[in-house]
Design a protein around this ligand. Structure first.
Ligand code: SF4
Length: 220
């Protein structure tokens, strides 16, 4: 298990819970606007944290933390993710998994084993633009399969999109909403460029602000 970082306490990453955040190292996507290049591009990888150290930390914090968030990189890209989830679950923690939805077979196993309590899945853009937004060729059927699995699972969940020009505009959000259908948690967030994004050219593109995105919500 490649663990690239550990945030010891967060009040915002697990809704309603005081949680720590485990960052897995490695991702199968190359989203040009990704902020986490040190968790995505091998040339920026730092030292990993031994899994035993993380488990020891969680044992010591059992009375202070309510939940654990596993994020990335892409956690489902890790060969031994299930072992880690099982270890954490046995300690009694609530578990939230953040995923890009590219590995529905792994998601299915996690759900079937009852290992997570909350899943947050990124939907990058409308399906026809997926390759452009993720920097890789991926059958979008896998994304659709993950959406269906999560919706059918007995866990809390949310879908979310970071709105980044030129990969995602109002028309794409509208298509996603139509695809999702019905009432469910779907969050939109504006994009703010930093110096560390994978493709620095994106820094010069004028992005949608919070007010513009709020007005889309009203329209939809
Ligand atoms: S934004 Fe997420 S899915 Fe995309 S490259 Fe970064 S970590 Fe991977």
């Amino acid at each position: 298990m490649r663990i690239g970082g550990l945030q010891k306490c967060s009040l915002i990453d697990y809704p309603g819970k005081v949680a720590c955040v485990i960052f897995t190292q490695g991702c199968n996507f190359r989203c040009p606007y990704c902020h986490n290049r040190e968790l995505v591009l091998p040339k920026y990888f730092g030292d990993t944290i031994p899994q035993d150290d993380v488990i020891n930390f969680l044992e010591r914090r059992q009375h202070y933390l309510e939940g654990v968030v596993i994020t990335g990189g892409e956690p489902t890209y890790q060969a031994d993710l299930l072992d880690l989830l099982k270890q954490i679950k046995q300690m009694g923690y609530s578990l939230k998994l953040d995923t890009n939805g590219s590995c529905p077979d792994v998601l299915q196993e996690i759900i079937a084993c009852g290992l997570v309590d909350y899943i947050a899945m990124d939907i990058k853009t409308s399906f026809e633009k997926y390759s452009k937004a993720t920097g890789v060729r991926l059958p979008v059927e896998r994304i659709k399969e993950s959406i269906a699995l999560i919706r059918g699972a007995n866990v809390k969940y949310e879908f979310r999109t970071t709105v980044v020009r030129p990969f995602c505009e109002f028309e794409d959000i509208h298509k996603i909403v139509v695809e999702l259908g019905g009432k469910q948690a779907y969050k939109l967030q504006p994009f703010k460029a930093t110096e560390k994004i994978i493709n620095p050219n994106i820094q010069s593109i004028d992005q949608f602000n919070e007010h513009e995105i709020e007005s889309w919500k009203a329209k939809i």
